[in-house]
Design a protein around this ligand. Sequence first.
Ligand code: PLP
Length: 397
Amino acid sequence: MSGMLAINGGKPVRETYLPYGKQWVDDKDIEAVTRVLRSDYLTTGPEVNKFEKLMAEYLGVKYAVAISNGTAALHAACFAAGIQHGDEVLVSPMTFAASSNSVLYCGGKPVFVDVDFQTMNIDPSKIVALITDNTKAIIAVDFTGAPCDYEKIIKIAKQNDLILIEDAAHALGANYGDRKIGNLADLTTFSFHPVKHITTGEGGLITTNDPELWRKLLLFRNHGIKRDKEQLINNHGAWYYEQHTLGYNYRITDIQCVLGTSQLSRLDGFLEMRRDIVRKYNNAFRDMPTITIPSYDDVNLSAWHLYVIRLKLDELVVGRAEIYNALLAENIGVNVHYIPVYYHPYYRKLGYKKGICPVAEQTYEELISLPLFPKMNDKDVEDVIGAVNKVVDHYRK
Ligand SMILES: *Cc1c(COP(=O)(O)O)cnc(C)c1O
């Protein structure tokens, strides 16, 4: 583990760069996609329905709507929830900007709720104080794949008549008790970006058990256009359709969905590989005086999209930036999830100020995400462990 740090001119722990996340597309996936490329439908054909049906079955939920990406899924969820100008939506700042951008798309106002120090998920004890007459919904984000405290959050949502949207972009395959994430909230969204659990290139999904919300999602995905004769205001003939709301072209292709279906068949294996790597990391890092390993729960099983360590800055002679740069020089693809959303200049311009979520802000200074994806081999995992030991030992007080 010893030796000069690569950032100081030493030999890096590994020769090639190890990214923090990566897809795993195999020959079966490629065959499935080429079969669709030779078929009649490239988009809005049988593969979309098939993927939706399989996803709904896997998640144990009534309806699943596949959509162009995870951000569109959040936008559609906010639309279906009826978010509009003047509405406030409670959301975690410890997330990708898309979670709260979706509120802005609908003209609503994101209200940031601080996170719990342990889990880095939205802190239920801080929600009620922020509810006003204008509050319409909560967007809970399962940070790193670990489910939020839904027992408390669902209770608060019910008592205050709020719609619960769950951004489960990190949590495909996670469990809440004996239920899969995807059927707890009124609306749950997923992403199939290549770093997520399964990929369709770009892609997303919204799940719900409510037929009314489901119909709104379908409408929103396709320009707000209705074709069902029973629902039309006029009828000029067999060709006739009507636009009833301002929707978008957020459709996903058959090419993408067949890839999703093929990937879904390997999801449980992917999850097992992620959990296996996490066990190795936890065992290697648990007793280190300089870092805190992520919290985990044996009942509500995380899907482990990310492995985020927290630096004990009191035990180190440098800050997060130096550790980050040193790990990068060792060819370890580190990352930081997340910059509190309201730090971004766009949100600053909207009037959000530093200080509104002190736990998220303090936590942000300490976070580093380490590589975690199913295709990592034993050597990759050992390299990450070796590099972390090498770097934090060097900078230890
Ligand atoms: C990836 C991600 C999104 C957005 O998904 P895209 O498919 O990239 O649009 C939204 N929220 C979170 C928490 C994410 O990680």
